[in-house]
Design a binder for this molecule. Sequence first.
Ligand SMILES: [Zn+2]
Length: 517
Amino acid sequence: MPEGIAGSELPRKTMGFITEDFLLQNKCAKRLYENFAAKQPVLDYHCHIPVQEIAQDRQFGDLYEIWLEGDHYKWRAMRANGIPERYCTGDAEPFEKFVAWAKTVPHTLRNPLYHWNHLELLRYFEIEETLNEQTAPKIWQQTKERLKSNELSARGILKKFHVRAICTTDDPADPLDHHKALRDSNFQTHVFPTFRPDGAYLISNPEIFNAWVEKLAVTAETQILKFEDFLQALGKRHQDFHDLGCRLSDHGLDQCYAERCSEAEAEVLFNKVRVGKTPNPSECAQFASYMMIFFGKMDAEKGWVKQLHLGALRNVNDRMLLELGRDTGFDSIGDLPQASSIGSYLDSLNRLNALPKMILYNVNPADNYAFATMIGNFQDGSVAGRMQFGAGWWFLDQKEAIENQLNALSNCGLLSHFIGMLTDSRSFMSFPRHEYFRRVLCNLIGSEMETGLLPNDEALVGDMVRRICYENAERYLGLPMEVKHSAGHTNVRDNKSSNGVEPGADTALPARPVRGT
Ligand SMILES: [Zn+2]
Protein backbone atom coordinates (compact mmCIF):
# COMPACT_ATOMS: atom_id res chain seq x y z
CA MET A 1 0.00 0.00 0.00
CA PRO A 2 1.47 3.40 -0.94
CA GLU A 3 2.41 5.87 1.76
CA GLY A 4 0.80 9.22 2.36
CA ILE A 5 -2.62 10.74 2.17
CA ALA A 6 -4.27 10.78 -1.26
CA GLY A 7 -3.25 13.87 -3.15
CA SER A 8 0.34 13.77 -1.95
CA GLU A 9 1.25 12.08 -5.25
CA LEU A 10 -0.78 14.44 -7.44
CA PRO A 11 0.94 17.00 -9.70
CA ARG A 12 2.59 19.72 -7.63
CA LYS A 13 0.61 22.61 -9.01
CA THR A 14 -3.07 22.71 -9.63
CA MET A 15 -4.58 25.70 -11.35
CA GLY A 16 -8.09 25.52 -9.90
CA PHE A 17 -9.53 26.72 -6.65
CA ILE A 18 -7.89 24.01 -4.54
CA THR A 19 -4.13 24.47 -4.85
CA GLU A 20 -1.33 22.55 -3.14
CA ASP A 21 -1.28 25.35 -0.53
CA PHE A 22 -5.00 25.12 0.21
CA LEU A 23 -5.57 26.29 3.82
CA LEU A 24 -1.79 26.50 4.39
CA GLN A 25 -1.23 30.21 4.86
CA ASN A 26 2.43 30.35 5.90
CA LYS A 27 5.75 28.64 5.18
CA CYS A 28 5.93 26.61 8.38
CA ALA A 29 2.41 25.29 7.76
CA LYS A 30 3.39 24.17 4.27
CA ARG A 31 6.53 22.41 5.55
CA LEU A 32 4.64 20.69 8.35
CA TYR A 33 1.97 19.49 5.96
CA GLU A 34 4.37 18.30 3.30
CA ASN A 35 7.00 16.73 5.57
CA PHE A 36 4.85 15.26 8.32
CA ALA A 37 1.07 15.30 7.80
CA ALA A 38 0.61 14.36 4.15
CA LYS A 39 2.83 11.30 4.48
CA GLN A 40 0.65 9.58 7.04
CA PRO A 41 -1.89 6.93 6.11
CA VAL A 42 -5.49 7.16 7.35
CA LEU A 43 -7.05 5.42 10.32
CA ASP A 44 -10.76 6.18 10.12
CA TYR A 45 -11.76 4.98 13.57
CA HIS A 46 -15.37 6.19 13.49
CA CYS A 47 -17.65 6.24 10.47
CA HIS A 48 -21.02 5.00 9.26
CA ILE A 49 -19.95 3.53 5.93
CA PRO A 50 -22.21 0.55 5.10
CA VAL A 51 -19.91 -2.45 5.51
CA GLN A 52 -21.94 -4.38 2.93
CA GLU A 53 -20.72 -1.97 0.26
CA ILE A 54 -17.09 -2.73 1.13
CA ALA A 55 -17.74 -6.47 1.30
CA GLN A 56 -19.47 -6.43 -2.08
CA ASP A 57 -17.10 -3.80 -3.48
CA ARG A 58 -19.89 -1.54 -4.66
CA GLN A 59 -19.31 0.24 -7.96
CA PHE A 60 -21.10 3.59 -8.10
CA GLY A 61 -23.03 4.56 -11.22
CA ASP A 62 -22.86 8.34 -11.01
CA LEU A 63 -22.28 11.29 -8.73
CA TYR A 64 -25.79 11.02 -7.40
CA GLU A 65 -25.14 7.53 -6.04
CA ILE A 66 -21.77 8.24 -4.50
CA TRP A 67 -22.21 11.87 -3.49
CA LEU A 68 -25.79 13.09 -3.09
CA GLU A 69 -27.78 10.04 -2.03
CA GLY A 70 -28.23 10.35 1.73
CA ASP A 71 -26.15 13.53 2.25
CA HIS A 72 -28.20 15.66 4.62
CA TYR A 73 -25.55 18.42 4.73
CA LYS A 74 -26.23 19.03 1.04
CA TRP A 75 -30.02 18.77 1.47
CA ARG A 76 -29.95 21.46 4.15
CA ALA A 77 -28.00 23.79 1.88
CA MET A 78 -30.35 23.07 -1.05
CA ARG A 79 -33.45 23.77 1.06
CA ALA A 80 -31.85 26.99 2.32
CA ASN A 81 -31.23 27.88 -1.33
CA GLY A 82 -34.93 27.56 -2.11
CA ILE A 83 -34.70 24.18 -3.86
CA PRO A 84 -37.95 22.17 -3.50
CA GLU A 85 -37.81 18.91 -1.53
CA ARG A 86 -38.46 16.94 -4.70
CA TYR A 87 -34.84 17.63 -5.74
CA CYS A 88 -33.39 16.84 -2.31
CA THR A 89 -35.04 13.64 -1.10
CA GLY A 90 -37.95 13.37 -3.54
CA ASP A 91 -38.68 11.69 -6.83
CA ALA A 92 -36.67 13.89 -9.24
CA GLU A 93 -34.26 12.07 -11.54
CA PRO A 94 -30.67 11.67 -10.27
CA PHE A 95 -29.33 14.10 -12.89
CA GLU A 96 -31.98 16.70 -11.99
CA LYS A 97 -30.98 16.39 -8.35
CA PHE A 98 -27.33 16.82 -9.27
CA VAL A 99 -28.11 19.98 -11.26
CA ALA A 100 -30.09 21.31 -8.30
CA TRP A 101 -27.02 20.73 -6.13
CA ALA A 102 -24.74 22.33 -8.75
CA LYS A 103 -27.01 25.41 -8.77
CA THR A 104 -26.67 25.59 -5.01
CA VAL A 105 -22.87 25.29 -4.85
CA PRO A 106 -22.10 28.95 -5.77
CA HIS A 107 -24.36 29.94 -2.88
CA THR A 108 -22.34 27.87 -0.42
CA LEU A 109 -19.38 30.29 -0.40
CA ARG A 110 -17.94 30.36 3.16
CA ASN A 111 -19.93 27.26 4.10
CA PRO A 112 -17.54 24.27 4.48
CA LEU A 113 -19.53 22.53 1.74
CA TYR A 114 -17.80 24.80 -0.78
CA HIS A 115 -14.40 23.55 0.34
CA TRP A 116 -15.40 19.91 0.67
CA ASN A 117 -17.21 19.91 -2.66
CA HIS A 118 -14.18 21.05 -4.63
CA LEU A 119 -11.62 19.10 -2.63
CA GLU A 120 -13.65 15.95 -3.32
CA LEU A 121 -14.02 16.63 -7.05
CA LEU A 122 -10.26 17.18 -7.27
CA ARG A 123 -9.12 14.19 -5.24
CA TYR A 124 -11.53 11.62 -6.71
CA PHE A 125 -11.77 12.86 -10.29
CA GLU A 126 -8.91 15.37 -10.79
CA ILE A 127 -11.57 17.95 -11.65
CA GLU A 128 -10.29 21.50 -11.07
CA GLU A 129 -13.30 23.41 -12.39
CA THR A 130 -15.71 24.85 -9.86
CA LEU A 131 -19.16 23.29 -9.90
CA ASN A 132 -22.15 25.37 -10.96
CA GLU A 133 -25.18 25.03 -13.23
CA GLN A 134 -23.07 25.59 -16.37
CA THR A 135 -20.30 23.11 -15.55
CA ALA A 136 -22.73 20.51 -14.19
CA PRO A 137 -23.46 18.50 -17.39
CA LYS A 138 -19.77 18.13 -18.29
CA ILE A 139 -18.76 17.18 -14.75
CA TRP A 140 -21.64 14.67 -14.58
CA GLN A 141 -20.35 12.95 -17.74
CA GLN A 142 -16.67 13.06 -16.76
CA THR A 143 -17.33 11.59 -13.35
CA LYS A 144 -19.69 8.95 -14.73
CA GLU A 145 -16.87 7.67 -16.91
CA ARG A 146 -14.31 7.72 -14.09
CA LEU A 147 -16.66 5.90 -11.72
CA LYS A 148 -16.47 2.84 -13.98
CA SER A 149 -12.84 2.29 -12.97
CA ASN A 150 -11.78 -0.13 -10.24
CA GLU A 151 -9.95 2.73 -8.58
CA LEU A 152 -13.29 4.27 -7.57
CA SER A 153 -15.11 1.18 -6.37
CA ALA A 154 -15.74 1.00 -2.61
CA ARG A 155 -12.55 -0.95 -2.04
CA GLY A 156 -10.62 0.99 -4.65
CA ILE A 157 -11.41 4.22 -2.80
CA LEU A 158 -10.15 2.86 0.53
CA LYS A 159 -6.92 1.89 -1.19
CA LYS A 160 -6.64 5.21 -3.06
CA PHE A 161 -6.94 7.17 0.17
CA HIS A 162 -4.43 4.97 2.00
CA VAL A 163 -6.92 3.88 4.61
CA ARG A 164 -5.12 1.35 6.83
CA ALA A 165 -8.17 0.63 8.96
CA ILE A 166 -11.77 1.65 9.13
CA CYS A 167 -14.21 1.15 12.01
CA THR A 168 -17.84 1.00 10.96
CA THR A 169 -20.76 1.47 13.38
CA ASP A 170 -22.80 -1.65 14.08
CA ASP A 171 -25.80 -2.85 16.04
CA PRO A 172 -25.19 -5.72 18.52
CA ALA A 173 -28.21 -7.44 16.95
CA ASP A 174 -26.50 -7.41 13.55
CA PRO A 175 -24.91 -10.79 12.74
CA LEU A 176 -21.86 -9.03 11.20
CA ASP A 177 -21.83 -11.36 8.20
CA HIS A 178 -20.16 -8.76 6.00
CA HIS A 179 -17.46 -8.20 8.59
CA LYS A 180 -16.82 -11.94 8.70
CA ALA A 181 -16.56 -12.04 4.92
CA LEU A 182 -14.07 -9.18 4.97
CA ARG A 183 -12.04 -10.77 7.75
CA ASP A 184 -11.75 -13.93 5.67
CA SER A 185 -10.95 -12.06 2.47
CA ASN A 186 -7.54 -10.76 1.57
CA PHE A 187 -8.64 -7.16 1.22
CA GLN A 188 -5.79 -5.24 2.78
CA THR A 189 -7.65 -2.43 4.53
CA HIS A 190 -8.68 -3.63 7.98
CA VAL A 191 -12.42 -3.25 8.47
CA PHE A 192 -13.55 -3.52 12.09
CA PRO A 193 -17.01 -3.26 13.62
CA THR A 194 -17.91 -0.84 16.42
CA PHE A 195 -20.39 -1.85 19.11
CA ARG A 196 -23.27 0.64 19.15
CA PRO A 197 -25.97 -0.70 21.51
CA ASP A 198 -28.55 2.13 21.37
CA GLY A 199 -31.31 -0.46 20.99
CA ALA A 200 -30.47 -2.00 24.36
CA TYR A 201 -31.36 0.97 26.53
CA LEU A 202 -34.02 2.93 24.64
CA ILE A 203 -37.17 1.52 26.24
CA SER A 204 -39.63 4.40 25.81
CA ASN A 205 -41.40 2.52 23.01
CA PRO A 206 -41.96 -1.09 24.20
CA GLU A 207 -42.84 -2.29 20.71
CA ILE A 208 -39.54 -1.14 19.23
CA PHE A 209 -37.54 -2.34 22.24
CA ASN A 210 -39.14 -5.79 22.28
CA ALA A 211 -38.61 -6.27 18.56
CA TRP A 212 -34.95 -5.39 19.10
CA VAL A 213 -34.62 -7.86 22.00
CA GLU A 214 -36.06 -10.63 19.80
CA LYS A 215 -33.60 -9.78 17.05
CA LEU A 216 -30.76 -9.83 19.57
CA ALA A 217 -31.87 -13.26 20.81
CA VAL A 218 -31.74 -14.66 17.27
CA THR A 219 -28.29 -13.20 16.59
CA ALA A 220 -26.93 -14.35 19.96
CA GLU A 221 -28.49 -17.80 19.37
CA THR A 222 -30.23 -17.81 22.71
CA GLN A 223 -33.61 -17.24 24.35
CA ILE A 224 -34.24 -14.04 26.24
CA LEU A 225 -36.85 -14.79 28.88
CA LYS A 226 -35.51 -12.74 31.76
CA PHE A 227 -33.21 -9.78 32.40
CA GLU A 228 -30.23 -12.02 33.12
CA ASP A 229 -30.65 -13.64 29.68
CA PHE A 230 -30.69 -10.19 28.11
CA LEU A 231 -27.44 -9.17 29.78
CA GLN A 232 -25.85 -12.50 28.83
CA ALA A 233 -26.89 -12.11 25.21
CA LEU A 234 -25.33 -8.66 25.13
CA GLY A 235 -22.17 -10.06 26.71
CA LYS A 236 -22.03 -12.75 24.05
CA ARG A 237 -22.36 -10.21 21.26
CA HIS A 238 -19.69 -8.03 22.89
CA GLN A 239 -17.35 -11.02 22.73
CA ASP A 240 -18.36 -11.78 19.12
CA PHE A 241 -17.55 -8.19 18.18
CA HIS A 242 -14.23 -8.48 20.00
CA ASP A 243 -13.40 -11.65 18.09
CA LEU A 244 -13.90 -9.70 14.85
CA GLY A 245 -11.41 -7.07 15.96
CA CYS A 246 -13.82 -4.56 17.50
CA ARG A 247 -12.07 -2.38 20.07
CA LEU A 248 -14.51 0.54 20.24
CA SER A 249 -18.06 1.11 21.39
CA ASP A 250 -20.14 4.16 20.59
CA HIS A 251 -23.19 5.88 22.03
CA GLY A 252 -25.16 8.82 20.63
CA LEU A 253 -26.75 10.59 23.61
CA ASP A 254 -28.51 13.91 24.16
CA GLN A 255 -26.94 13.89 27.58
CA CYS A 256 -25.15 11.28 29.70
CA TYR A 257 -27.43 9.00 31.67
CA ALA A 258 -26.37 9.21 35.29
CA GLU A 259 -29.33 8.16 37.43
CA ARG A 260 -29.02 5.70 40.26
CA CYS A 261 -30.44 2.29 39.37
CA SER A 262 -29.74 -1.07 40.98
CA GLU A 263 -29.81 -4.34 39.06
CA ALA A 264 -33.06 -5.27 40.82
CA GLU A 265 -34.66 -1.97 39.72
CA ALA A 266 -33.42 -2.40 36.16
CA GLU A 267 -34.88 -5.91 36.14
CA VAL A 268 -38.31 -4.63 37.23
CA LEU A 269 -38.23 -2.06 34.42
CA PHE A 270 -37.11 -4.66 31.88
CA ASN A 271 -39.97 -6.97 32.85
CA LYS A 272 -42.45 -4.09 32.67
CA VAL A 273 -41.45 -3.20 29.12
CA ARG A 274 -41.30 -6.83 28.03
CA VAL A 275 -45.01 -7.22 28.77
CA GLY A 276 -45.71 -4.11 26.70
CA LYS A 277 -46.15 -1.48 29.42
CA THR A 278 -44.78 1.98 28.63
CA PRO A 279 -42.29 3.32 31.18
CA ASN A 280 -42.28 7.01 32.19
CA PRO A 281 -39.33 9.27 31.22
CA SER A 282 -37.68 8.95 34.62
CA GLU A 283 -37.84 5.14 34.40
CA CYS A 284 -36.36 5.28 30.89
CA ALA A 285 -33.42 7.34 32.19
CA GLN A 286 -32.94 4.96 35.13
CA PHE A 287 -32.84 1.90 32.91
CA ALA A 288 -30.46 3.55 30.44
CA SER A 289 -28.20 4.59 33.33
CA TYR A 290 -27.96 1.00 34.51
CA MET A 291 -27.19 -0.23 31.01
CA MET A 292 -24.52 2.44 30.44
CA ILE A 293 -22.68 1.23 33.55
CA PHE A 294 -23.07 -2.36 32.34
CA PHE A 295 -21.57 -1.45 28.95
CA GLY A 296 -18.80 0.61 30.56
CA LYS A 297 -17.75 -2.39 32.64
CA MET A 298 -17.65 -4.69 29.62
CA ASP A 299 -15.58 -2.20 27.63
CA ALA A 300 -13.15 -1.72 30.51
CA GLU A 301 -12.71 -5.48 30.96
CA LYS A 302 -11.73 -5.93 27.33
CA GLY A 303 -9.59 -2.80 27.08
CA TRP A 304 -11.94 -1.16 24.56
CA VAL A 305 -12.35 2.54 23.93
CA LYS A 306 -15.82 3.95 24.64
CA GLN A 307 -17.03 6.85 22.50
CA LEU A 308 -19.78 9.22 23.62
CA HIS A 309 -21.31 11.55 21.03
CA LEU A 310 -23.13 14.09 23.13
CA GLY A 311 -25.45 17.02 22.73
CA ALA A 312 -27.26 16.87 19.38
CA LEU A 313 -30.90 17.98 19.27
CA ARG A 314 -32.46 15.58 16.78
CA ASN A 315 -35.62 15.57 14.67
CA VAL A 316 -36.71 19.07 15.55
CA ASN A 317 -39.08 19.36 12.57
CA ASP A 318 -41.87 16.94 13.37
CA ARG A 319 -43.71 17.30 10.08
CA MET A 320 -40.57 16.44 8.12
CA LEU A 321 -39.78 13.57 10.51
CA LEU A 322 -43.18 12.04 9.70
CA GLU A 323 -42.67 12.65 5.99
CA LEU A 324 -39.03 11.64 5.52
CA GLY A 325 -37.88 9.84 8.67
CA ARG A 326 -34.68 10.33 10.67
CA ASP A 327 -31.30 11.60 9.47
CA THR A 328 -32.75 13.78 6.74
CA GLY A 329 -31.27 17.08 7.88
CA PHE A 330 -33.57 18.35 10.62
CA ASP A 331 -31.18 18.15 13.57
CA SER A 332 -29.22 20.90 15.27
CA ILE A 333 -26.92 21.68 18.15
CA GLY A 334 -28.64 21.14 21.50
CA ASP A 335 -28.14 23.11 24.68
CA LEU A 336 -28.78 20.60 27.44
CA PRO A 337 -26.22 20.88 30.25
CA GLN A 338 -23.52 18.26 29.80
CA ALA A 339 -20.73 18.64 32.35
CA SER A 340 -22.31 17.38 35.57
CA SER A 341 -23.92 14.28 34.04
CA ILE A 342 -20.72 13.32 32.20
CA GLY A 343 -18.81 13.79 35.46
CA SER A 344 -21.29 11.58 37.34
CA TYR A 345 -21.16 8.84 34.73
CA LEU A 346 -17.36 8.77 34.55
CA ASP A 347 -17.11 8.92 38.33
CA SER A 348 -19.54 6.00 38.76
CA LEU A 349 -17.41 3.84 36.48
CA ASN A 350 -14.21 5.01 38.11
CA ARG A 351 -15.50 4.10 41.57
CA LEU A 352 -16.17 0.61 40.27
CA ASN A 353 -12.65 0.51 38.87
CA ALA A 354 -14.33 0.03 35.48
CA LEU A 355 -13.61 3.22 33.58
CA PRO A 356 -12.60 2.33 30.02
CA LYS A 357 -10.50 4.57 27.81
CA MET A 358 -12.94 7.11 26.47
CA ILE A 359 -13.45 9.65 23.69
CA LEU A 360 -15.96 12.44 24.41
CA TYR A 361 -17.29 14.23 21.33
CA ASN A 362 -18.99 17.57 21.76
CA VAL A 363 -21.36 19.19 19.28
CA ASN A 364 -21.97 22.50 21.09
CA PRO A 365 -18.95 24.83 20.81
CA ALA A 366 -19.99 26.51 24.05
CA ASP A 367 -19.10 23.26 25.80
CA ASN A 368 -15.58 22.91 24.38
CA TYR A 369 -13.81 24.01 27.55
CA ALA A 370 -16.13 21.91 29.73
CA PHE A 371 -15.22 18.81 27.71
CA ALA A 372 -11.53 19.70 27.53
CA THR A 373 -11.35 20.07 31.31
CA MET A 374 -13.58 17.07 32.07
CA ILE A 375 -11.13 14.62 30.52
CA GLY A 376 -8.40 15.92 32.85
CA ASN A 377 -10.39 14.72 35.89
CA PHE A 378 -9.94 11.10 34.86
CA GLN A 379 -6.44 10.96 33.40
CA ASP A 380 -4.69 8.50 35.68
CA GLY A 381 -1.14 8.12 34.41
CA SER A 382 -1.81 4.64 33.00
CA VAL A 383 -1.98 5.53 29.31
CA ALA A 384 -1.00 8.77 27.57
CA GLY A 385 -4.20 10.46 26.45
CA ARG A 386 -6.36 7.89 28.25
CA MET A 387 -9.33 10.26 28.18
CA GLN A 388 -9.77 12.05 24.86
CA PHE A 389 -11.69 15.16 23.85
CA GLY A 390 -12.77 13.97 20.40
CA ALA A 391 -12.43 15.84 17.13
CA GLY A 392 -15.15 18.32 16.20
CA TRP A 393 -18.13 16.39 14.84
CA TRP A 394 -21.26 17.06 12.80
CA PHE A 395 -21.71 20.84 12.77
CA LEU A 396 -18.19 21.27 14.14
CA ASP A 397 -16.11 19.53 11.49
CA GLN A 398 -15.18 22.74 9.64
CA LYS A 399 -12.12 24.99 9.86
CA GLU A 400 -13.30 27.36 12.56
CA ALA A 401 -14.70 24.67 14.84
CA ILE A 402 -11.75 22.32 14.28
CA GLU A 403 -9.46 25.17 15.38
CA ASN A 404 -11.68 25.84 18.40
CA GLN A 405 -11.54 22.20 19.48
CA LEU A 406 -7.76 22.10 18.99
CA ASN A 407 -7.37 25.33 20.98
CA ALA A 408 -9.54 24.16 23.87
CA LEU A 409 -7.70 20.85 24.03
CA SER A 410 -4.30 22.59 23.81
CA ASN A 411 -5.16 25.05 26.56
CA CYS A 412 -6.64 22.57 29.02
CA GLY A 413 -4.89 19.29 28.14
CA LEU A 414 -2.17 17.79 25.95
CA LEU A 415 -2.71 18.26 22.24
CA SER A 416 0.33 16.05 21.73
CA HIS A 417 -1.65 12.90 22.63
CA PHE A 418 -4.75 13.76 20.57
CA ILE A 419 -5.85 10.89 18.31
CA GLY A 420 -6.99 13.20 15.52
CA MET A 421 -9.64 13.09 12.85
CA LEU A 422 -12.31 10.67 11.70
CA THR A 423 -14.89 11.05 8.95
CA ASP A 424 -18.06 10.08 10.90
CA SER A 425 -19.52 9.73 7.42
CA ARG A 426 -21.90 7.49 5.53
CA SER A 427 -20.28 8.42 2.24
CA PHE A 428 -17.30 7.02 0.38
CA MET A 429 -16.63 10.59 -0.80
CA SER A 430 -15.64 11.85 2.65
CA PHE A 431 -12.07 10.62 2.98
CA PRO A 432 -10.58 14.04 2.04
CA ARG A 433 -11.89 15.23 5.43
CA HIS A 434 -8.66 13.82 6.84
CA GLU A 435 -6.66 15.98 4.45
CA TYR A 436 -8.81 18.99 5.31
CA PHE A 437 -8.22 18.44 9.05
CA ARG A 438 -4.48 17.98 8.55
CA ARG A 439 -4.22 21.22 6.59
CA VAL A 440 -6.15 23.10 9.29
CA LEU A 441 -3.94 21.55 11.99
CA CYS A 442 -0.71 22.40 10.16
CA ASN A 443 -1.90 25.93 9.46
CA LEU A 444 -2.72 26.54 13.10
CA ILE A 445 0.54 25.08 14.41
CA GLY A 446 2.63 26.59 11.61
CA SER A 447 1.30 30.10 12.22
CA GLU A 448 2.42 29.83 15.85
CA MET A 449 5.88 28.72 14.75
CA GLU A 450 6.04 31.76 12.48
CA THR A 451 5.09 34.17 15.26
CA GLY A 452 7.34 32.61 17.91
CA LEU A 453 4.55 31.16 20.05
CA LEU A 454 6.02 27.75 19.30
CA PRO A 455 9.71 27.01 18.68
CA ASN A 456 10.66 26.96 15.04
CA ASP A 457 11.89 23.40 15.57
CA GLU A 458 10.50 21.23 12.81
CA ALA A 459 11.64 17.97 14.38
CA LEU A 460 9.89 18.74 17.68
CA VAL A 461 6.66 20.16 16.28
CA GLY A 462 6.58 17.92 13.23
CA ASP A 463 6.75 14.84 15.42
CA MET A 464 3.59 15.96 17.21
CA VAL A 465 1.83 16.65 13.92
CA ARG A 466 2.77 13.23 12.58
CA ARG A 467 1.48 11.47 15.67
CA ILE A 468 -1.84 13.37 15.68
CA CYS A 469 -2.40 12.46 12.04
CA TYR A 470 -2.01 8.70 12.53
CA GLU A 471 0.29 7.16 15.12
CA ASN A 472 -1.51 8.34 18.27
CA ALA A 473 -4.74 6.73 17.09
CA GLU A 474 -3.04 3.50 16.14
CA ARG A 475 -1.31 3.19 19.49
CA TYR A 476 -4.27 4.34 21.57
CA LEU A 477 -6.97 2.20 19.95
CA GLY A 478 -4.98 -1.02 19.92
CA LEU A 479 -6.88 -2.38 16.93
CA PRO A 480 -5.68 -5.88 16.07
CA MET A 481 -4.05 -5.13 12.76
CA GLU A 482 -3.78 -8.48 11.13
CA VAL A 483 -1.16 -9.46 8.64
CA LYS A 484 -3.33 -10.93 5.94
CA HIS A 485 -2.26 -13.79 3.75
CA SER A 486 -3.61 -14.73 0.37
CA ALA A 487 -5.35 -17.86 1.66
CA GLY A 488 -7.45 -15.69 3.89
CA HIS A 489 -6.17 -16.88 7.26
CA THR A 490 -4.63 -14.30 9.51
CA ASN A 491 -1.97 -13.73 12.09
CA VAL A 492 -3.40 -11.53 14.76
CA ARG A 493 -1.08 -8.95 16.18
CA ASP A 494 -2.14 -6.80 19.08
CA ASN A 495 -0.86 -3.30 18.56
CA LYS A 496 -1.08 -2.39 22.21
CA SER A 497 2.55 -3.47 22.56
CA SER A 498 3.71 -1.87 19.34
CA ASN A 499 5.49 0.98 21.09
CA GLY A 500 4.04 3.37 18.57
CA VAL A 501 5.91 1.87 15.67
CA GLU A 502 3.68 1.48 12.68
CA PRO A 503 2.93 -2.11 11.79
CA GLY A 504 4.67 -1.31 8.56
CA ALA A 505 4.24 -4.73 7.02
CA ASP A 506 1.83 -3.38 4.45
CA THR A 507 4.54 -2.68 1.93
CA ALA A 508 5.67 -6.30 2.18
CA LEU A 509 2.21 -7.71 1.67
CA PRO A 510 1.11 -9.36 -1.54
CA ALA A 511 -0.53 -7.05 -4.04
CA ARG A 512 -4.20 -6.32 -3.61
CA PRO A 513 -6.16 -9.12 -5.21
CA VAL A 514 -8.43 -8.67 -8.18
CA ARG A 515 -11.46 -7.04 -6.72
CA GLY A 516 -14.86 -8.56 -6.36
CA THR A 517 -16.07 -10.95 -3.69
ZN1 LIG B 1 -21.09 8.84 14.22
